[in-house]
Design a protein around this ligand. Structure first.
Ligand code: URA
Length: 258
């Protein structure tokens, strides 16, 4: 029934078949590959704007894979609509820029909490409210990464509305970074922040405010201690690592008594 279909994601409760877990890549192009890695019989559900979704079955449970697009505003739409359809557990898989000099690529980073450099999360809770990941889901991600023997780090991520000035990139059209962000990369390094990405703060705050669970794992595609521009050569391995980690983490999570 048309009125049961959510406006942006183009999904209904019926289409989700009681899926309670959603894997959220940013890139619509990563959805099919991720879903089929979980389940070769996964099937396409819908595609509208940045929101592409497939449904997989893993260890007897339905798992939705739905892209969020880039940045907090589209994450907020995705989480709002999926939560209304009964999804309670969100795992973002993304790419990221590592900022600590001792992080060598390839590296998988599990985020425990996010610096709120976004705007969308402030529409849900004041800036003093923490952007923290769900502990059990995060533990499952960490266990999966360790089991797979991947180079990894666990800690704090700076989640930023812009890829360029907010992440202090100078190789840009204007070459200018506003004063607010000049020196910020150095400061986050001193404050032991591991990496930059663009969605985790919004996801964590909304999930916490709604009483839902969210976690985040990312593959580093650039070391900001060495370069500004991501390296496409590492993308294939980065994507495969994310699929392996999220699959194993979900198996661990599903096997736990609820
Ligand atoms: N995503 C980001 O937000 N920053 C990077 O450097 C790489 C991926």
């Amino acid at each position: 029934m048309a009125h049961d279909v959510k406006y942006h994601v183009h999904l209904s409760q019926e289409m989700l078949e009681d899926a309670r877990v959603a894997i959220l890549p940013g890139d619509p192009g990563r959805v099919e590959k991720t879903a089929q890695f979980l389940d070769p019989d996964a099937r396409f559900l819908a595609s509208n704007r940045e929101f592409t979704s497939w449904l997989a079955t893993l260890d007897g449970r339905k798992v939705l894979v739905c892209s969020t697009g880039i940045g907090g505003p589209s994450v907020s739409i995705c989480v709002e609509e999926l939560a209304a359809l009964g999804v309670t557990c969100f795992i973002r898989i993304g790419t990221t820029g590592a900022i600590q000099a001792d992080i060598d690529l390839p590296c998988v980073i599990v985020t425990t909490g996010a610096v709120r450099l976004d705007g969308a999360s402030t529409h849900y809770a004041p800036i003093e409210y923490p952007a923290v990941a769900d502990l059990e889901l995060t533990n499952a991600l960490v266990a999966a990464v360790k089991e797979l023997g991947l180079n990894h780090r666990v800690g704090i991520t700076a989640a930023c509305d812009t890829f360029y000035p907010g992440q202090e990139r100078y190789d840009t059209f204007s070459g200018y970074v506003p004063r607010r962000f000049q020196g910020s990369l150095d400061e986050w390094q001193h404050l032991k922040v591991l990496n930059y990405e663009m969605e985790s703060a919004t996801l964590f705050v909304i999930a916490s405010v709604f009483g839902l669970k969210a976690a985040m794992v990312a593959s580093a595609i650039v070391s900001r201690a060495r370069a500004e521009t991501p390296d496409d050569a590492v993308l294939v391995e980065a994507e495969l690592n994310l699929a392996r980690v999220v699959k194993r983490a979900l198996q661990i999570h599903i096997a736990q008594p609820s």
